[in-house]
Structures are given as C-alpha cells and as structure tokens.
Unconditional design. Structure first.
Length: 189
C-alpha cells in the first residue's frame, strides 16, 4: 500500500528546468480545502502577473473600481473595503448566492482584463483568500488594508489614498480606529 502511494506521488511530480514540480505546493495548495460560503466574509489578495506595476494608474484603477462596484450593484458580492496597490489588490468581500467566490474573482478579472491589457498588464492566474471567522477582529484587517499604501511609502499620511474604497457603514466605525494602534492579525504578520 505504501509503495502504491509513493508511485502515485511520484507520478504527480514532473521535472521542469531541472527542478521538481510538486503539485502539493504553490497555487494548487491554495485551492486545496477552498470552499465558498455565501455571505461569509473573505479577505482577498489579487495580484498582477509577475507583480508588474501600474494598477494604480488612472485608467486601470478606475476600471477596476468601476467593475467592483458593478459586481456589488448586481448582487455578486458586497465590498466592505478595498485598496488598489501598484501590483495587487486587497479586499474584504462578502459573496452573494449568485456566484461562488472563485467565480466572482474570475468574473472581475475577465471584466477588467481589457483595461489592463493596453498598458501590458494582466492578472495572475490565482488569488489568495482567507475566510474570516466570527472571532477574527475586523478592525486590524481593515487597518492593514487601509495602511498598505502608506507603509509602502506610496503616499504621505496627510493625503487620502485614491485607491481605497470603504462602505459607508464600515467607514462610520472604522475611521475612529485610525488613531488606535491595533496589532496585525497573526496570519498577516
């Protein structure tokens, strides 16, 4: 039995460029155990391929925000907050019942692909996701998303980051948290 399992494991591996490809690691491991639960909050990071820069330029940024808002308007998901960075996007979303979380992300990538293509950008194939649990404090996660451009020194603390989006209901409680020094969630540290 153990020998059979070893052979199956070896068959699943392939050699590329002198290195062993292990299907248990990399993007495949991100999908293992991924479930989409309607109305569950998810922290997402969606990156540009090869971490290419340019997502914060006017046209791509406006195109991404526009599509995120359209998807919220048609009930695909609710966006609690998001920040557009030069090479990635952070979001807290609550998927609806129309599409799974993966289908929602694929749709947003497909609908924004054209606006990214002109300046030579494209989305990375996969995305990173963490489903938020009831016990997870939201304020540190919102703070992480909000402060991302400031920590990367992309903007002065006196200037509002144009790529930050927050629901009115969330901004009402979150803006009071900005003066508190909240610790990062351990899974982001």
């Amino acid at each position: 039995m153990q020998e059979l399992a070893r052979k199956r494991y070896q068959r699943g591996r392939r050699i590329t460029c002198g290195m062993t490809f292990d299907p248990q690691r990399g993007h495949a491991s991100l999908r293992r155990g991924r479930t989409s639960i309607p109305h569950a909050e998810n922290f997402l990071t969606v990156c540009l391929k090869d971490r290419r820069q340019g997502l914060t330029e006017k046209t791509p940024s406006e195109g991404v925000i526009s599509e995120l808002n359209k998807m919220e308007a048609d009930g695909t998901w609710i966006i609690r907050c998001a920040t557009i960075m030069p090479d990635h996007l952070h979001l807290i979303v609550i998927p609806g019942t129309r599409l799974s979380l993966g289908q929602s992300v694929r749709r947003s990538k497909a609908k924004t692909a054209e606006v990214l293509r002109t300046p030579g950008m494209q989305w990375e194939h996969n995305f990173f996701e963490r489903q938020l649990r009831e016990k997870d404090e939201r304020a540190p996660i919102f703070l992480y998303i909000f402060l991302n451009p400031y920590r990367k020194k992309l903007s002065s603390a006196t200037i509002a980051w144009p790529g930050f989006v927050c629901r009115k209901e969330d901004w009402a409680w979150f803006r009071d948290q900005l003066n508190n020094s909240l610790p990062q969630p351990e899974w982001l540290a």
